[in-house]
Design a protein around this ligand. Structure first.
Ligand code: MLT
Length: 243
């Protein structure tokens, strides 16, 4: 297995496709996708464009439909929910399809949707993602951070580092065996430095600070948890993720 980290979707090479592509948006899209599936959502359907989300979701049975829209960290008018993982419980989400559009996370998923296997990862699901990779042993894996509007995000990189570190620990393999690029090696160092202070790291991160200004400290606390959900969201058809 060779693991390549791309900090933002724009870094992903055009000319090639990996066996498995992993979208990471710790704050908060991929944490929310995992939380919704854990709460029993039927599927998550992602959109880059809010108008397309609204028109496609209008064709779905309305009692089985939740619309989640986020721009700049805030809920989009006309949607039922913003992008908080804490919005999802069995009561709100079980059996429903979540139609979702966020600033960066869903855009990242759209960028990699042509890979033969597409999954999402968050700190909350790190161990489940490591176990998935160990079970399926894809030859090439892209870990793709969502970043923020074309710039690097600390929390996505630390999550990529946590996954790579998890594979190294489980297999005893070294960077020589596993690292596909320099970014993958740097991400492990970042994770090892911050592994016991993940919430503190989120408070320093620029998008963490944006969410704190929007009064979302509870989301930071939720998203900073490591290995708490045994769920791997996987793409079933382009743009549609299931458990
Ligand atoms: C995104 O897609 O940019 C994020 O998930 C933003 C957010 O925190 O809602």
């Amino acid at each position: 297995m060779k693991l390549f980290l791309y900090h933002i979707p724009e870094e992903v090479p055009d000319h090639t496709t990996p066996d498995c592509a992993i979208a990471i948006d710790v704050l908060r899209a991929t944490s929310t996708i995992a939380a919704a599936l854990e709460a029993g959502a039927e599927a998550i359907q992602v959109f880059s464009d809010i108008d397309e989300l609204l028109s496609v979701s209008a064709t779905w049975p309305q009692d089985k439909c939740l619309r989640a829209g986020e721009r700049g960290g805030a809920k989009v008018e006309g949607c039922d929910l913003g992008n908080s993982p804490l919005d999802h419980s069995v009561e709100t989400s079980e059996g429903k399809r979540l139609f979702m559009s966020t600033t960066n996370g869903t855009r990242c998923l759209k960028r990699i949707e042509h890979a033969p296997t597409v999954i999402t990862a968050a700190l909350t699901t790190r161990k489940a993602v490591v176990d998935f990779l160990l079970a399926h042993t894809p030859e090439t894996v892209w870990l793709v951070g969502s970043g923020w509007e074309g710039t690097y995000s600390l929390e996505d990189t630390v999550c990529a580092g946590a996954i790579i570190h998890g594979i190294m620990t489980a297999t005893g393999q070294s960077f020589k065996d596993l690292a596909g690029n320099d970014a993958a090696i740097a991400a492990v160092s970042l994770y090892l430095q911050w592994q016991d202070q993940l919430l503190e790291l989120m408070h320093y991160a620029s998008h963490g600070q944006r969410l704190l200004r929007l009064d979302n400290e509870a989301d930071l606390k939720y998203c900073a948890q490591l290995d708490v959900l045994d769920v791997v969201p996987i793409q079933r058809t382009a743009g549609v993720l299931v458990r």
